[in-house]
Ligand binder design. Structure first.
Ligand SMILES: *[C@@H]1O[C@H](CO)[C@@H](O)[C@H](O)[C@H]1NC(C)=O
Ligand SMILES: *[C@@H]1O[C@H](CO)[C@@H](O)[C@H](O)[C@H]1NC(C)=O
Length: 494
């Protein structure tokens, strides 16, 4: 064992953990291969068997009604499901040649019943005249899709960014329309944009690299903060003609903004307000003591387990195979084991839908970066050559110390929302490193994911967000009028 450099500082307990993990993955692989080889009807049979043999595993208090949102395959399908919201897809090319897909809900269609019927009648007449109905419909959809991007018409702009191992879908999978933040914002006249980090479901393209290459996955939080964020913000401001936007991040979405804003004063000027929900900058660690000790000992050991590309790709495989109610139990079990979350403030119906849209890919390197941050307790840049000496050991001469992100330098106003039962957030550690906050709200007994899907989110969280948006966008307007009195107003017409 001494010959493997990463392993030589592990304790006996860590070895146990390592062997346990390797065994787990080996067994998982064997089962997965068997499942692949089995025909579909056998799998359905097994599913039915599990359901009847262990009813407590799958049936909640009552059988939840299945929402079509559960099976929606993409962000676009979810938007189309609600029918009222305009939708655009944009692609941002980063300085280092990744192509990021950005979703946009530019406005809510105002459908008065008259207008709606008129449109329907027109369409019906057109169809009756024409025998090739399908062709016509196709054409209709195509011309609709080829409209130029919407003029912004001075709507204030909001950018939402998802968390670790997620995509923009997490923002729109609440089962009640008005519990979805993008729709609430759209209703209030905001121009809503939703980012997707490099490597996730929507952003797996690069000018010269393929996701099959290790080099494609060579990115961590550094790249989210230094490239993804400023490049996406620049693109949005150029498209809309706005002078600044409001940024709302969840979890890692906050971390990348804390990091990105801290090193980029010009970016600070382009963001009029940064709303941080469930802000994770220095998570304490993992709930299970053995796993926690294990990753803190040597974050790079994660590379041994997952390789250098993307972790847990096979989770998507299991998601396809397992029935949704069972999948909810599995995810609840996993996050309870890893983070101690109970999920008690989300309804069973909600979990059925959201957990189907919870998980997306990212790089193993960004996972290692998080473990480095957890290990040192510092919100610091990725360390390519980490020292194996624990950070707090006394009397040690170090050859390098990775810089902390200088979050005290951020000039953008910051509002923080966090849950009192969120094991990933250390509020005291966070504020100690920030300039004075514009607004803080702690929500009693909320955990991490409640900031996306918690019960009563529309009363506990959104009114505060709307108030903040109104306040800071009014300030921005005032400033603009002082600076550029002749700014042309571009009225939006549809
Ligand atoms: C990843 O990029 C860094 C710096 O950009 C480089 O030093 C390192 O060798 C790269 N690693 C891999 C595995 O490509
Ligand atoms: C979350 O759930 C707990 C336990 O059911 C409950 O006591 C608490 O009031 C809930 N929190 C909120 C904010 O609804």
């Amino acid at each position: 064992m001494i010959s493997i450099p990463i392993l030589d500082r592990l304790s006996f307990r860590d070895y146990q953990g390592l062997i346990f993990t390797v065994l787990f993955f080996a067994i998982e692989t064997v089962i997965r291969i068997i499942v692949i080889l089995l025909p579909k009807f056998v799998i359905n049979g097994i599913d039915a068997f599990i359901e009847s043999a262990f009813p407590w595993l799958t049936s909640s208090e009552r059988k939840p009604r299945v929402s079509p949102l559960e099976k929606a395959e993409s962000f676009e399908q979810i938007i189309r499901f609600w029918r009222k919201y305009a939708y655009e897809q944009h692609v941002v090319r980063t300085q280092d040649d990744y192509f990021l897909c950005v979703h946009r809900i530019p406005y809510k269609e105002i459908i008065t019943s008259d207008k709606y019927n008129d449109k329907n009648n027109q369409r019906k007449n057109r169809m009756e005249k024409n025998i090739e109905i399908m062709d016509n419909l196709d054409q209709f959809i195509k011309t609709k899709a080829h409209r130029p991007p919407t003029k912004n018409g001075n709507r204030p702009v909001v950018l939402l960014y998802h968390g670790f191992l997620m995509s923009s879908e997490v923002w729109v999978c609440n089962t009640d329309e008005h519990r979805n933040l993008p729709f609430v914002l759209s209703e209030q006249g905001y121009d809503v944009w939703l980012g997707n980090s490099r490597g996730n479901k929507y952003s797996q393209n690069h000018q010269s690299l393929s996701p099959a290459n290790t080099a494609f996955w060579n990115f961590s939080l550094n790249e989210f903060a230094m490239y993804d964020l400023p490049d996406v913000v620049d693109y949005i401001l150029e498209q809309t003609g706005a002078s600044s936007l409001t940024y709302i991040g969840f979890s890692q979405g906050t971390a990348q903004a804390f990091a990105g804003l801290s090193v980029n004063p010009r970016l600070c000027k382009k963001v009029n307000l940064f709303i941080a929900m469930a802000p994770a900058t220095t998570p304490k660690g993992l709930h299970h003591p053995m796993i926690d000790a294990f990753v803190k000992a040597t974050p790079s050991v994660v590379y041994l387990l997952f390789g250098r590309k993307t972790p847990l790709k096979l989770a998507l495989f299991w998601q396809r195979i397992i029935s949704p109610p069972l999948f909810v139990k599995v995810i609840d079990g996993c996050v309870n084991f890893l983070f101690g979350w109970t999920g008690r403030n989300m309804t069973a119906e909600q979990k059925l839908v959201s957990y189907q849209h919870l998980y997306s890919l990212t790089s193993v390197k960004s996972l290692v970066h998080w473990f480095q941050i957890i290990r040192t307790g510092r919100f610091q840049m990725y360390d390519e050559v980490p020292s194996r000496i624990p950070y707090h050991s006394p009397n040690v001469v170090r050859d390098h110390i990775p810089p902390k992100f200088p979050t005290k330098q951020i000039s953008t106003p910051i509002a923080v929302f966090y849950g009192n039962s969120d094991s990933l957030v250390q509020f005291d550690v966070l504020v100690a490193d920030l300039p004075p906050l514009a607004y803080v709200k702690a929500i009693e007994s909320w955990e991490h994911l409640d900031f996306l899907w918690g019960k009563d989110i529309e009363h506990l969280l959104y009114p505060d967000i709307l108030k903040l948006l109104r306040h800071f966008n009014a300030q921005t307007d005032e400033k603009n009028h002082q600076l550029e009195p002749e700014r042309e107003t571009d009225m939006y017409t549809e």
